[in-house]
Design a protein around this ligand. Sequence first.
Ligand code: UGA
Length: 443
Amino acid sequence: MKVTVFGVGYVGLVQAAALAEVGHHVVCVDIDSDKIERLRQGQIPIYEPGLSALVIDNHAAGRLEFTDQPEYGVCHGDIQFIAVGTPPDENGAADVTHVLTVARTIGSFIDRDLVVVNKSTVPVGTADAVRAEIDQALSERKRDLVFTVVSNPEFLKEGSAVADCMKPDRIIIGTDSKYAEELMRELYAPFNRNREKIMIMDVRSAELTKYAANCMLATKISFMNEIANLAEHLGANVEAVRLGIGSDPRIGYHFIYPGVGYGGSCFPKDVKALINTAHQVGFEPEVLKAVEVRNTRQKTTLFEKIVSHYGDNLQGKTFALWGLAFKPNTDDMREAPSRVLIEALWRAGARVQAYDPEAMEEAQRLYGQRDDFRLCGTKESALQGADALVVVTEWQAFRAPDFALLQRELADNVIFDGRNVYDPERLKARRFNYYSVGRGAVL
Ligand code: UGA
């Protein structure tokens, strides 16, 4: 099938490559000409396992094209995906300007009946706005064509985006058009084997499903962070509690790891956006507001532990920081808890020596050259001359460090672990002062 994807960000690029991989002919359109040129040369703008090979191979095979010419894109696809960003505006609402601009572009060049698919995470009701935008452009051109706007939200996770896209656990299609449903079924047939994964529903329900999924996951995390903090006050061990409740299949083991709060480009933005949507219709989303408050607070938990150990003047102290990305297997530092911590450490007068397996360039871009910040080439070199270690992201490479080396390098023999990756008993035996989340009593 002929498919066009507007926006070669995370979602657009991965989806386009996955569709090309199963044999569809995909044209990607983006207004960023530099990015398009780099993609043509096989340079992938994001770090995502498996993506590079998928893009390069399919581009070489002619199934995946890149262009900055929207007219070429609109004329190509029988299905037109909109996968551009929806960043939060100053009120936390998702800004759909880019989505509507693409809709306008489609309306300006459309020359036959086609299906427009919203892949971007957009507030409920956006499909109607997209339809209105295309209608407007068509009426300005005095053209009368049949088109349908479908909602088909994406559920991929950074770090496993390719696998999530190639083997989705569900494919949500919001439409009331039989024609669009059939076309979407044909498009996704290669991904819909073994069992039926396609769920057809009305457009608004599909739009809300995306937000509900992310907000439910964010709720699980904030709830667990709350229990972890409470466990510290009660002298309980949250890891035991986690296993105890996860064994109930109604709760499950996923997304109940306590830590330093959720980050990334999705959860923080989507929780805020759904709160905003609720307010717009005069509804008070009590649970969502609490999820957001807990998460903001949780991002300061490591700093609070550092201050309770050292006091609030950290002048002259140097902290080795392992993990900058908001989670492992990505170079993404958007809304990363590491940023909240680093900035708080600086304000208190401390120096930071950081290492991350993938996010070093991003950290350099964000913070540049500073006297109180050093990006180190290895996790070991980040320890040199440091007083304490802080683990912020649970990369596999941090799970089994050389503890003898840590003992030699860390002047104060202190470890602050924001992800509960180490065994408190072992560290106690090695005479470390060890702080983790929800496992050390503050009785
Ligand atoms: C999330 C969803 O998981 C995807 O299904 C969704 O498609 C995507 O957002 C999106 O809307 O595009 P992602 O942001 O890549 O994916 O990250 P997650 O793996 O969900 O992790 C989010 C945050 O939660 C991370 O900061 C992680 O450290 C934190 N987390 C996760 C916890 O603190 N505890 C947990 O138990 C799990």
